[in-house]
Design a binder for this molecule. Structure first.
Ligand SMILES: [Zn+2]
Ligand SMILES: [Zn+2]
Length: 232
């Protein structure tokens, strides 16, 4: 009921005004960033519907046209450019966990065509336990928890396991990424849901989400889509 003002949210904003995490101006909690900072984000508004790589006229890209992909669609509203790069770095590497809320809000507000009623389950991209020990948390899990709470969708961290520690994808040239990630995931049990959205912060080559998608399809999921914040 968007026409009703929630007195608790309004009161909460008044007692504890939110601050834009980029410029420190006061901001409505429902916006994530202030208007000026939001206008500085690069929109991924013309992209392949399946993998979200920027494409002319939003047409399906050559790779998706020619290759078999386990993914039916991707919703990635922003490009991985400043100032989003710095916000994601602060979240991921400087462990500013409240930014999960900001980034989750940007994703939801930036994706008005999100078909969340046709989605049964959110699956954040798992990290290998050794990477979780090193970083202290999984950025995709926190993001998925916020998005799940807002859209009333369940989140699972048990459906898929990362069974192999792989070198960070970002450190590898594009051609090696697909090889690097192969066999990195396994689904321990069959899944009885129809439609799953994989949650990630940044999608670079798409190799990770494709490997995860293959795994989910093998375990019985009919439709696998990707919801991420930024496309590199
Ligand atoms: Zn700002
Ligand atoms: Zn594509």
């Amino acid at each position: 009921m968007p026409y009703l003002i929630n007195p608790f949210t309004t009161l909460g904003n008044w007692i504890y005004p939110s601050i834009c995490p980029r410029c420190r101006l006061a901001v409505n909690k429902e916006e994530g960033l202030c208007k000026g900072c939001r206008q500085d984000l690069s929109l991924n508004d013309s992209s392949c519907p399946r993998c979200s790589i920027p494409s002319t006229g939003g047409l399906i890209c050559g790779r998706c046209l020619n290759a078999q992909s386990p993914l039916s669609e991707s919703k990635i509203p922003f490009l991985y450019r400043p100032p989003l790069v710095k916000l994601i770095h602060r979240y991921k590497y400087r462990k500013e966990l409240p930014l999960a809320r900001t980034l989750g809000r940007l994703f939801i507000n930036g994706t008005p065509t999100l078909d969340h009623t046709a989605t049964d389950l959110l699956v954040p991209v798992p990290l290998h336990p050794s990477r979780i020990r090193e970083r202290g948390f999984n950025q995709s899990v926190e993001l998925a928890r916020y998005i799940g709470k807002q859209l009333d969708l369940p989140v699972t961290t048990r459906a898929v396991k990362r069974i192999r520690a792989t070198p960070p994808q970002a450190a590898l040239p594009l051609v090696k990424r697909r090889f690097n990630i192969r066999g990195a995931f396994c689904c321990p049990e069959p899944l009885s849901v129809k439609s799953v959205a994989i949650i990630d912060d940044v999608v670079t080559s798409g190799a990770t989400v494709e490997a995860l998608g293959e795994c989910l399809k093998k375990s019985g999921v009919e439709t696998v889509k990707v919801w991420a914040l930024a496309r590199a």
